[in-house]
Each structure stands twice: as C-alpha cells, then as structure tokens.
Design a protein around this ligand. Structure first.
Ligand code: ADP
Ligand code: MG
Length: 315
C-alpha cells in the first residue's frame, strides 16, 4: 500500500465526516464482515423520554417520580437525564408528557450517591417534611439488580414485563426495601438508522445489536431497523460487551463495533475496527480507530466503501 494513496483516502474520509486515526486503519476497515451496533445513542437517539410513572398502591405518582429524580439528577445515563428532566419539567421532550408540572425535588438532599454501571443508582434522600427530617435509602434501576439488593419486586413485576414487551425501557424506584413504582421510558430509533443498516448489509456485513437494555426494547429497535432477532444480544453488562466481541472473533469473524458510550470503550478497542459516534463520549472516541463526526450511522457504510476503493486502487 502506498502511503500517498492511503493519505488521499484519509483526506477523502475527512470530507465525508469520517475521522481516521491513521492511514493504516483503512486496511482493517476493508476486511470486516460483522458490524456490532450499540443500541442506545448509536441506533437510537440516546435521548430517552419518560412516558409513564406507575406507582404501587399506597405510593403517589409524585413521590415515585420525586424520589427517583432526587437520586437520578446526580447521574449521567440517558435514563437518569430523562427522569431528572421530567421531574423539573424543564425538558422539551417531556413538556407534553409526565412531569410537565414538575415536582419538588429542590429541597431534597442526597447523600451517598452511587452509580452502578448497567444496573442503576442509589442514594440516601433527606427530605424536610413540615419541619421533620426524613431519610430514605432510594434505589432506581433494573428489577434484577433490585432483587439482588434485597428489594421485593413482585408488586411491579407485571407492569415491568408489560412495558418491556411493548418495547420500552422500565426501571423501578424502591425505598426502605420495597418497590414503589415503575418508570417507563422510550428512546426513539434515529430516522437514518434503518438506511444505515441496509447499506451495511448491502456491503456484505452482518449487523448485530448489542445492548445493556432489556430484550423487549432491544428486539423492538432491531425490528425497526432490519436486524434479525437472532442477532440481538441484550442485557449485557458494560464489562461483558468486550466478551461478546471476543466471542464473535472466536467464531472467526472480523468485527467492527460502533458505539458512543463509556460502556462501549473497551469493546471498541477490542474490535478489529472501532467506530465512535462523534456525538458520543470522549472515552469512546479515544478508544476507536475511526470517528463518525456527525454521529450519522450511515457514514459507517461510507467508511467501508472508501477503504475498499482506496485499497483496490493501490493493489
Ligand atoms: P445501554 O447499553 O443500553 O447503554 P447500560 O448498560 O448503560 O445500557 O444500562 C443497562 C440498563 O441498566 C438500563 O437499560 C437500565 O435498566 C439500567 N440503568 C443503567 N443506568 C441507570 C440509571 N442511572 N438509572 C436507572 N437504571 C439504570
Ligand atoms: Mg450507547
């Protein structure tokens, strides 16, 4: 491969909105046969909206949202941002949904906040109720994790299952050891994702969807962009995304991975070719070989086409 031709290819990439770390990366781009797509923020907008709050008997809707939001306002996950935005009523997406009126979370103080990657968040919320201080240990997250933390989720299990079967993401808020309500969120698929997947397929790549989210939400997203049900890998912990990429490599596949999150960084580095969404986190961009500057998944296919063209000219 002549360095000049590779540099020309790299320059052409920049024009298309593809930032390539080094000319030699075009070689790896040419040979991939599988493309693993992260769901949240890559195939979907990554901007979740809270669409429903379902409190259990004895809990008000406002309390369920208020305690969840008090803890989530300290977290950065799309789930957290949606819940916090709905509670303060400031987000555009939620203006027509729940929380448009806002609930009082300003007066609540949160101690011992912790984000549990791939699971949820926890914290102690201290509220002043007519002069009396009240402290509650609040957890918000996946039901499986809450059960591990000793929370009885039976009162919410049916509602969670229904929401997930319907393609939504459902997290549960619990305090004082009991499940108090379900928060239902939706994250729309980007309008360009279906076309992007079709183009990758036309180039001979097999698309696989990889996510920490539940199987129902993952399958709904896969269906709407044309990824086969068998190629959906859901409920994968952040640390296990790498293992999933390695498993595909062990099957003899040459794997490209597209992602945007902190959770994706290790998998991007492990893949034969890592592509980061330019709209994503710095950690993902640093770990990747290639950045899709505008966060447009369609440029992934263009990158493959460009490398094939550049290298066929050289050979
Ligand atoms: P993804 O791969 O879709 O970005 P993550 O691994 O980050 O997913 O999260 C997986 C699941 O863990 C989420 O779908 C959600 O159920 C739960 N979760 C993660 N962070 C939070 C949070 N801050 N609050 C509540 N639930 C969370
Ligand atoms: Mg993501």
């Amino acid at each position: 491969a002549t360095p000049t031709a590779l540099l020309v290819g790299t320059g052409r990439g920049a024009q298309l909105g593809i930032l390539i770390k080094g000319p030699e990366i075009l070689e790896n781009t040419r040979t991939v046969d599988t493309v693993v797509l992260d769901k949240t923020g890559t195939v979907t907008e990554g901007r979740m909206a809270l669409v429903d709050v379902l409190p259990v008997a004895g809990t008000t809707r406002d309390d369920a949202l208020r305690y969840a939001a008090a803890v989530e306002q300290l977290a950065e996950h799309p789930v957290a941002r949606a819940i916090a935005a709905a509670a303060d009523g400031s987000s555009q997406e939620t203006a027509s949904g729940v929380g448009a009126d806002g609930v009082a979370i300003g007066a609540d103080q949160v101690h011992d906040f912790r984000a549990h990657a791939g699971h949820g968040v926890s914290g102690v919320v201290r509220t002043a109720h007519s002069g009396v201080g009240l402290s509650r240990r609040v957890l918000v997250g996946r039901t499986g994790w809450l059960r591990e933390e000793g929370v009885d989720t039976t009162p919410v299990d049916d509602a969670v299952r229904r929401a997930e079967d319907d393609g939504a993401t459902a997290v549960v808020v619990a305090w004082d050891g009991a499940a108090r309500g379900v928060l239902v969120l939706r994250d729309p698929v980007k309008p360009t994702s279906a076309q992007a997947v079709a183009e990758l397929r036309a180039l001979g790549l097999r698309p696989v969807l990889l996510t920490g989210d539940n199987l129902g939400a993952a399958r709904a997203a896969a269906r709407s962009v044309g990824i086969a049900e068998d190629d959906v890998i859901a409920q994968v912990l952040p640390a296990d995304k790498v293992a999933q990429v390695q498993r595909l490599q062990a099957e003899g596949r040459r794997v490209a991975m597209v992602g945007d999150g902190v959770n994706d960084a290790a998998a991007l580095a492990t893949a034969d070719l890592g592509l980061a969404m330019g709209t994503g986190t710095d950690v993902a961009i640093e770990a990747a070989d290639l950045t899709l500057v505008r966060g447009d998944l369609r440029t992934a296919g263009q990158a493959v086409r460009l490398s094939r063209k550049t290298l066929s000219v050289i050979r």
